[in-house]
Ligand binder design. Structure first.
Ligand SMILES: [Zn+2]
Length: 200
């Protein structure tokens, strides 16, 4: 039996480090979270760090072409930023599937202790549209694990324990997603059953 794949991308790449927060950059932490997720994730596929967003999307699309669509999942890992230092917590961007995004955000928050900010539609993002969500043809989500512009979140994710908790939570949720059955457009699924499994 073939299993669904999870395509995991650590946001930004070798020539774009993202925001700098005190002693670390966003891309540095994204990679650490991804590397911890790797240890737990079943059937993960990892987008090479030297690819920019456009090439990362192309990389995923090429992989998708080479396998059956069994309800694969693509997740892009980021950290958020706000001028308002009180804004903190985890949020997940989506284009089509509000409930999936809500479920991932709730799960990661529960496992890390970060505030749950829930699901956000792509149009609420600073860029207004997100290629990762728009151009990838399997289920895709973009997680903003926390806001290092907030003192609590910055300390939390700056420490290895925070990175481990976040990475493991993402991987565990993806594994549950896969165990819960196929989410491909081609297959009908029992949504209530799925959401029940995912939020446990
Ligand atoms: Zn980012």
């Amino acid at each position: 039996m073939k299993h669904q794949r999870t395509f995991l991308n650590s946001g930004h790449h070798n020539n774009d480090e993202g925001a700098r927060y005190g002693f670390y950059t966003e891309s540095e932490i994204n990679k650490k979270i991804r590397d911890h997720a790797k240890k737990k994730l079943l059937n993960g596929r990892y987008i090479p760090d030297n690819l920019d967003l456009e090439h990362s999307i192309r990389w995923v699309e090429d992989e998708l072409k080479s396998g059956d669509d069994l309800g694969d999942l693509a997740i892009d890992i980021h950290l958020n930023f706000s001028k308002n230092k009180n804004v903190k917590g985890c949020e997940v961007y989506f284009l089509h599937d509000h409930s999936l995004a809500q479920s991932l955000s709730a799960y990661v928050s529960k496992k890390t202790g970060l505030t749950n900010r829930g699901a956000r539609h792509m149009s609420e993002s600073r860029l207004k549209n997100l290629g990762w969500l728009e151009q990838i043809s399997c289920n895709s989500l973009l997680i903003e694990v926390c806001y290092p512009s907030n003192d609590f979140d910055r300390l939390f994710i700056g420490y290895p324990m925070g990175q481990i908790k976040a990475g493991w939570a993402i991987a565990e949720w993806c594994n549950k997603f896969h165990l819960s059955g196929r989410l491909s457009k081609r297959f009908k699924i029992n949504r209530n059953l799925l959401l029940n499994i995912l939020t446990k």
